[in-house]
Design a protein around this ligand. Structure first.
Ligand SMILES: Nc1nc2c(ncn2[C@@H]2O[C@H](COP(=O)(O)OP(=O)(O)OP(=O)(O)O)[C@@H](O)[C@H]2O)c(=O)[nH]1
Ligand SMILES: [Mg+2]
Length: 231
């Protein structure tokens, strides 16, 4: 593991999935393991602490909000920051492959592509797949960005992350990172990532119509907003 790496897991009501996910992460040599506990009403915080993670409490909801809270808690020596969902969908054993292009000095941002990796059946809902295709096509047509996914499993150099100035507080987080990375000329890589079904617990996004529409709408709005701003 290229040192020192921090991993941030945004988590909202993930008490069932988080323990096994943290157990899978043990032994990977992470310098800092942060669970951004996003207003959970279950035992997510206790499970995180028991699993050896540093818990950052963020009462305000929103995926991006949780990521920002995690970033604010990074120790100064951290050189690479990785993000992974807390529901067991991303495979921790793939973390070394995600980090490798950065460790080799070839990339600034690496995104685990669920399209390239193929996933467990049902791990990506049809609406999620269509939304992803639409969003990545728009990124290509409007910005010339070539990518196949907006997946949450990603790693970025700390200095690049600091310069990006991430602001989105919910579902626009991942696409904002990709657009800003393009604007700033970062070297962006994709690696295949196997995606799994969430281990347990309730889906907050893709499992419901409301969540899917909210996420899809915010992602598209973010793309158009950046385009209109003359990116
Ligand atoms: N939606 C949402 N997710 C959050 C929030 N804060 C943290 N998260 C975490 O972000 C990750 C993604 O949310 P999920 O509910 O898994 O969304 P999804 O992957 O589209 O849907 P699933 O099919 O359930 O896996 C999980 O680890 C959540 O616990 C929040 O405010 N809203
Ligand atoms: Mg999930």
């Amino acid at each position: 593991m290229p040192a020192p790496v921090a991993l941030i897991l945004p988590a909202r009501d993930e008490e069932e999935s988080l323990g096994p996910t943290l157990a899978e992460l043990a032994g990977l040599g992470l310098a800092q393991l942060i669970v951004a506990n996003n207003g959970s009403r279950d035992r997510t915080g206790e499970v995180a602490r028991a699993g050896g993670a540093q818990v950052v409490e963020e009462p305000a909801g929103g995926y991006g909000q949780a990521c920002l809270a995690g970033i604010a808690a990074l120790r100064p020596e951290i050189a690479i920051v990785a993000f992974m969902d807390a529901d067991g969908s991303d495979d921790p054993s793939e973390l070394p492959e995600l980090l490798a292009p950065i460790a080799r000095g070839e990339a600034d941002l690496v995104i685990g592509s669920r399209e390239r990796g193929g996933g467990e059946p049902g791990s990506l809902a049809p609406a999620q797949r269509c939304g992803n295709r639409l969003a990545t096509t728009l990124l290509r047509l409007l910005f010339g960005v070539r990518c196949t996914d907006l997946g949450p499993f990603r790693a970025i150099r700390r200095d690049a992350l600091d310069r990006l100035g991430m602001r989105d507080r919910n579902y626009g987080w991942t696409v904002e990172m990709q657009v800003r990375a393009h604007q700033q000329g970062l070297r962006v890589f994709e690696v295949p990532a196997r995606y799994r079904r969430r281990r347990a617990g309730r889906s907050k996004v893709s499992g419901s119509l409301r969540g899917s529409v909210a996420a899809g709408g915010k992602i598209l709005w973010t793309i158009f907003r950046y385009r209109l701003a003359g990116a």
